[in-house]
Design a protein around this ligand. Structure first.
Ligand SMILES: NC(=O)c1ccc[n+]([C@@H]2O[C@H](COP(=O)([O-])OP(=O)(O)OC[C@H]3O[C@@H](n4cnc5c(N)ncnc54)[C@H](OP(=O)(O)O)[C@@H]3O)[C@@H](O)[C@H]2O)c1
Length: 262
């Protein structure tokens, strides 16, 4: 394997990550031979762009590809690994939450986890995306590292346990933050206001962490221990128990951490 250049790729999955990876691989001169997806229309949609064959059954996978990349929902990964019968090439998965060992039935395998939020139709500058990699042997690590360096200079060789912790941190930093935006959007829309009004604040909040630690730039009523404002906000939320609960938990955590920092 080590002497053979990686060229022919089979993508297993046609969702957000597979769509972005396909574009990157194609731009770098790799040949995408097949795209698998559970729903054949989705496989076709991606495969067509790269002259690849769309399939929706893993027994149809070419067995002589150089690389097989799983970018499927975490729940489906275990079952699909079972179904993939190949004995050449290197097999990768792109999950933050699943250990490398899920691929242990293969001879050559590893992890290629891009630490970014991908949506199919939103452009990403891949040169700024950290890639968290892992491999089953030092030789495969070298191969995956060389591959990753074609995508980005930010390549980190870390263990599955570390990757799971990064993923957990990312859920707080990205997914929960976005959910907070969604609550903000609802509150504004319910009051005939546009979400646009918050955009400068959101962007500045994110920008601050380029130069400061989050713990040093916390602001807001809970940080100031402004209990009158907190009570007022809670009464404004009294119709929405779930939003009030989120507000309460986060305010209490912010207050508690302030006390600890003193
Ligand atoms: N999105 C991100 O921001 C991001 C970032 C880094 C890593 N990841 C990881 O990358 C992987 C893929 O994520 P994604 O966002 O690209 O997912 P996605 O857009 O939801 O795509 C999931 C793919 O898995 C297929 N699939 C879902 N359930 C299946 C099942 N039961 N059996 C067979 N195939 C099934 C889907 O097929 P059909 O839709 O055609 O039915 C689709 O091709 C995940 O491990 C995720 O943790 C995601």
């Amino acid at each position: 394997l080590s002497h053979k250049p990686l060229k022919k790729i089979v993508l297993i999955g046609s969702g957000n990550v597979a769509t972005h990876l396909a574009k990157q691989f194609a731009e770098k001169g790799f040949v995408i031979r097949q795209v698998y997806s559970r729903t054949i229309e989705n496989a076709r949609f991606l495969a067509l762009r790269y002259n690849a064959l769309a399939i929706n059954a893993l027994h149809e996978v070419e067995t002589d590809a150089d690389m097989y990349v799983f970018s499927v929902s975490d729940n489906a990964l275990f079952q699909l690994v079972e179904e993939l019968k190949i004995n050449t090439g290197i097999v990768l998965h792109t999950s933050g939450a699943i250990g490398i060992d899920v691929l242990k039935k293969f001879k050559n395998y590893g992890v290629f986890y891009p630490l970014q939020t991908f949506s199919k139709n939103i452009e990403i500058n891949f040169k700024e995306v950290p890639l968290l990699i892992e491999a089953n042997t030092s030789e495969n690590l070298r191969i995956i590292e060389n591959l990753a360096l074609k995508f980005t200079p930010y390549v980190h060789n870390i263990t599955s346990e570390q990757r799971h912790k990064v993923h957990l941190a990312a859920v707080f930093a990205c997914n929960f933050t976005n959910y907070m935006y969604r609550i903000s959007e609802k509150i504004l829309n319910e009051n005939n206001l546009s979400f646009d009004i918050l955009k400068p604040l959101i962007l500045q909040t994110a920008k601050k962490i380029e130069t400061h630690l989050p713990s040093h730039v916390q602001t807001g009523p809970a940080h100031r221990n402004d209990n009158t404002v907190i009570e007022k906000h809670l009464s404004m939320l009294n119709e929405q128990a779930d939003r009030a609960l989120i507000y309460k938990i986060l305010s209490e955590q912010i207050k508690r951490n302030n006390i600890k920092n003193e």
